[in-house]
Design a protein around this ligand. Sequence first.
Ligand SMILES: N[C@@H](CCC(=O)N[C@@H](CS)C(=O)NCC(=O)O)C(=O)O
Length: 227
Amino acid sequence: MAKGIKEAEYDAWLIRITEGEQFGSGFVNANPNSKIPAMMDHTHTPAVRVFESGSILLYLAEKFGEFLPTDIVARTETMNWLFWQMGSAPFLGGGFGHFYAYAPEKYEYPINRYTMEVKRQLDVLDRQLADNRYIAGDEYTIADMAIWPWYGALVKNKVYEAAEFLEAHTYKNVVRWADEIAERPAVKRGLMVNRTWGEESRQLHERHDASDFELRTQDKLEPSGEK
Ligand SMILES: N[C@@H](CCC(=O)N[C@@H](CS)C(=O)NCC(=O)O)C(=O)O
C-alpha cells in the first residue's frame, strides 16, 4: 500500500493464537496447518487460499510485481534467502526461543544447542550483510521481509530478551540492517497490524481501511469498543 497500489487494499482479521482461534473451522479452511499468517484472495472465484508466510510473500510479490527482482540471478538469490528463512527460523523460535524463554525449566543441553545454532545463523547473515545493503543485494525484497521480523527483532532485543546473552551487538551488519529496515514507514505501519500488546497508539487490532492507522488504534477507540 505504501507503493500506492489500490488493488493491494486488504482486511486484516485478528486470530488470537493464545485462545486457540487458529483451530476454528473458518481458519482451518484458510490454513489446514492452523498457523498464522494465512490469507484469502477474494479477487478470484472461488477465493484462493494462501498459507505459509513464504508462500504469501511470493504470491503478493508476483501478483503486484514488487519486491522480487525479475532478473533470474537476483530473483534466485532472493528465493535462496526466502527459503533460508523458512528452514532456519524454526530453530530460532521453536528451538532457542522455546528453551531460553518459555520452557518451564532451564534445560542446559537444548539451550546450548540452539544458542550455538542461532549464533551460527546470525554469523551467516552478518557475513552476507557485510557486502550487501539488503539480504539479497542492493534491493529491499521479500527475503528482507521474511528475515527481519525474527532476526532483526532478536538483535534489537525485541524477542526473548536475549540480545545480551547472544552478544547481538557483535553482529554489527545485522544490527545496521535491522535499524535501516525499522525506519521504513510501511514497516512501522505493518508492525501495528493485529498487535495486541505494547503501547496502545501502536496497536491496530484489526485493519480494514488505510485510514485505520490514524483513526482506529487502541488509544482512539472507546473503552467499550473493540477489545
Ligand atoms: N512456517 C510458518 C510458521 C508459522 C507459525 O509458526 N506461526 C505461529 C505464530 S509465529 C503460530 O501460528 N502458532 C500457533 C500454534 O502453533 O498453535 C510460516 O512461516 O508461516
